[in-house]
Design a protein around this ligand. Sequence first.
Ligand code: NAD
Ligand code: 89V
Length: 341
Amino acid sequence: MPLPRLAVIGCGFFAANHLAAWKDLSQRCELVAVCDLDPARASAAAARFGVPAHYTDVETMLRQVKPDFADIITTAPSHRPLVELCASRGVAAIVQKPFALDIADARAMVAAMDKAGQPLMVHENFRFQRPLLRAREILAAGEIGRPTWGRFSWRTNFDVYAGQPYLAETKRFILMDIGVHVLDVARAFFGEAESVFCRTQSIRPGIAGEDMATCLLAHANGATSLSDFTYESRQSPDPFPQTLLHLEGTEGSIIIADGCKLTITSPAGTRGETAAPAPLSWGQEPWLLVQDSVVTTQRHWLDCFAQGAEPATSGHDNLKTFALVEACYESAAANTAIRLA
Ligand code: NAD
Ligand code: 89V
């Protein structure tokens, strides 16, 4: 059985992690081409990762290499046209977060891929980080009883602008860049929210969008969660890129602290675990936790693609996370809680 053929679109800052992860998964898929509008980036990525073909035009690439799926690692403005182009050619797609510029574009992408009968996944990897996967296993096993309250906290002063300078000009910033991650984690743990109240702040001078947000969610399962995230938190050690966690249930609690350290309290007592990322030959601190989750996310796609199963962060599912982000913007603008449809 031939391996599924993969083409990558976008060879910028974060793409090196996707490409290295696809090379680690080369027993399960064949990386046949890369494409970038910038010819130097396209040829450098092909050379670095031993990819047989590189292009600067996506349509030419799709026509010539006929991949089974594309991995779209561009920024949000190009996501809808690229996903719709893949759909028009019957090519399945993975698209990086944030899914789209707005929910109308996100819905259009889901509709296009549904019409093409092809799977669509958002590469949303925070929920695939090892400490969070382990905490979800413990919660699902019922060790702390019924979930009642949770805080999902992502606070750092990491200089994200050095590698991703476009974020300094992005009008809808922290909710769209980090909220899509952390609110997706909140949904993964507690399920859908019925209402949100969000407050945003702009702390750092010269940053176009909000760079701090605090979101209070009322979940349909009765739990309350607090999701908070910022690039303007000065603390030591700086926990970047970890999502710290404090979950409570009717029987106990799960806490994820710096260093991927879990503390679980249940009727059986209190114990500690460490859920560290797997070592990677191409791993680089402080990114290893994220890089490891990229491999896990891409392996999940391959599992689902082979089985014809819907990925956990399918376009359909990520619409619900995206709707939460849009509701947070609406709440912050109106300074009131917003009920979700
Ligand atoms: P980038 O701007 O550095 O790279 C994007 C590349 O795509 C550029 O080289 C650009 O030339 C290319 N491109 C854009 N449109 C194209 C088109 N139509 N055809 C071919 N190439 C095209 O961006 P980045 O920092 O690598 O981020 C890419 C995405 O990844 C963003 O949405 C970002 O939010 C996301 N991201 C995710 C994570 C994570 O998964 N944890 C981390 C960082 C960034
Ligand atoms: O994951 C992301 O979207 C990046 C980060 C720096 C948080 O890894 O922006």
